[in-house]
Ligand binder design. Structure first.
Ligand code: KG4
Ligand code: ZN
Length: 337
């Protein structure tokens, strides 16, 4: 069974074609990723130091058909069992492009349509290359979200905690901007931090005792205060700042995952979202998982960052549950899971 996934929630236009088993036994197996195409807009937004929503929408309009065509390859549209499209949360103008395109394709070719929540996509990205057993804890850590979920089964998730202010990826991007490293900042800080001392500067960690929520805006402010305090005192120790900031973020992420597993008694953890591709986070989580005998799932970097394969996985399970969308499918910027 072939499912076409489409994601235009933020600044990347992506489409993927996945093949799934049709019976329940096969449902449990990993799908075959036939193709996964992404057109990055990083170059469009880099000079503004962040995403410009209007430019993102326009670029999606230009790229949606070429990207879908690339994902389809030689596959005939008539072979598709369903089209799964991200319906939020995200930038409304960007979401509208993907949803309008998917609705038109579904209607004109009579292909069933499924609306998918972007966060459910990230949670289920664990199933693109792997097959975790339920229940598992999912840490979605991206540019828009930092949340912990208990995944009880397909389509059944309980939120355990979320960021009260900035998402972790947002903090990475803002700190990178303060250090004039360019956008997106996460990969740059990841690289620089490898050559810095993570204990050089004691940036604060917000552990929010008694809660599984997160807070990262204080760390960003602490970096700003540190930079202001050093004005006029020579070269900045950029590598040490990057490494120390990153260590503060990672300490919180790792501790919160441990707390979530302790609270729920679940010893399985899946990471998702752009920040999950961070090399130090992966290493830290692997060490913790080894020590605590936790089963850990981390997708390949291409499936951590926004991608349409994860939308196809979530769409497939919604489709199997009979949850179809119609021409009245409307994206929502703050769609709840
Ligand atoms: O999941 P994603 O592609 O989009 C959202 O749904 O937000 O995540 C993008 C975020 C950006 O903030 C980016 O800086 C961050 O993920 N990111 C990283 C790394 N790669 C991407 N952060 C830290 N280390 C990385 N290697
Ligand atoms: Zn995302």
């Amino acid at each position: 069974m072939l499912v076409l996934g489409i994601d235009t929630s933020c600044d990347d236009t992506s489409a993927a074609l996945l093949e799934f088993g049709t019976n329940t036994e096969k449902t449990k197996k990993t799908p075959v990723v036939v193709s996964s195409a992404v057109s990055s807009q990083a170059g469009v937004h880099a000079k503004y130091g962040g995403i410009v929503p209007e430019l993102a929408s326009r670029r999606h309009i230009e790229m949606i058909w070429p990207v879908v065509r690339e994902a389809l390859g030689k596959t005939d549209l008539r072979e598709l069992a369903a089209i799964a499209v991200c319906a939020g949360p995200g930038l409304i103008g960007s979401l509208l492009v993907g949803c309008s395109f998917a609705k038109a394709l579904s209607y004109s070719k009579n292909i069933p349509l499924v609306g998918v929540n972007h966060l459910e996509g990230h949670i289920l990205s664990a199933f693109i290359e792997d097959t975790p057993e339920f229940p598992f804890i999912s840490l979605v850590v991206s540019g828009g979200h930092t949340s912990l979920y208990l995944a009880n089964g397909f389509l059944d998730y309980t939120e355990l905690g979320r960021s009260r202010d900035d998402a972790a990826g947002e903090a990475y991007d803002k700190v990178a901007k303060l250090l004039s490293l360019g956008y997106p900042g996460g990969p740059m800080i990841d690289r620089l931090a490898r050559e810095g001392n993570p204990r050089a500067i004691p940036f604060p960690r917000a552990y929010l005792p008694g809660s599984l929520d997160f807070s990262f805006s204080g760390m960003k402010t602490a970096v700003l205060n540190y930079l202001n305090g050093r004005k006029g005192s020579g070269d900045l120790p950029v590598r040490d700042i990057a490494a120390s900031f990153q260590q503060a973020v990672l300490d919180v992420l790792i501790r919160k995952c441990q707390q979530a597993m302790k609270k729920t008694g679940v010893g399985r953890l899946a990471l998702a979202g752009g920040v999950a591709s961070n090399s130090a986070l992966k290493e830290g989580m692997r060490l913790m998982a080894e020590k605590k005998e936790v089963e850990l799932f981390i997708p390949s970097p291409a499936f951590c960052t926004d991608n349409a394969a994860m939308i196809a996985v979530a769409g497939y399970h919604r489709f199997m549950a009979g949850q179809l969308a119609g021409p009245d499918l409307n994206p929502r910027a703050s769609l709840k899971l």
